[in-house]
Design a protein around this ligand. Sequence first.
Ligand code: ZN
Length: 266
Amino acid sequence: MLEVEATGARLGLTDTHAHLSYIAERLGRRAIDELAAAYADAGAMVLDPGVDYDDYPVRKAAFGDLGFVRLAAGIWPDAESIGDAEARVAALEAHLRDPACVAVGECGLDYHWMHGGPSEQAELFSAQAELAVRLGKPLIVHSRDAHRDTLAIVGPVASRIPVIIHCFGYDEEAAREYAAAGCYVSFAGNLSYKKSGALRAACAAVPGERLLLETDSPYMCPEPRRGKDATPLDIGRTYALAAALRGSSIDDLAELVARNAAALFG
Ligand SMILES: [Zn+2]
């Protein structure tokens, strides 16, 4: 196995959130071919989430044949989607009914960019949460500067379907609240950033059976490559850091996250 320099982590580690189409746009199809080689015998998966009501068929055509890739479909709270929520959620449902679509998302609340208002965002998000419950598929949640309102929506849902808080960006107390509600908490490369002390405390506190790791690539490249385009091949540093924070070995953590992800996404 190839080693990620200086971390002891091997390549081909479970990544529960990577935007493969953005990676291909920025780095070329060659980056996807490199992933295919690294993940071929790794026994780990990469989950490619959707962001728009109609991006699923394109992503399925591009990545659906790769055995390590799992696909989800969801609508991110951008202005166009909020303005046309009902029709777009209805169109999304057709894609979600595809057996190859393993989860609903990403969807959620973003009060940093704040398109529409909180109630419009909640409407688009809740409609997708209801769809996830109806179809019995996990819900992948984006939440930025919106912890309380996110918890209010996912709390009642998390007892019925798995809920994943992706690229978790709050503190230890919030992480404990999500875990207590039954949610999975997924940490990305920003875990390594200088000012992310609260995130690191949160990562140490999440119960093992609720922990996931992701890149959110091409964003959130871990240090020392912060600001560069990331791919799932950059996740080794996040595993190494999370393992250190949790007093675990990288191999045990890799096994734990692979098991959690397999239970969620098959
Ligand atoms: Zn994302």
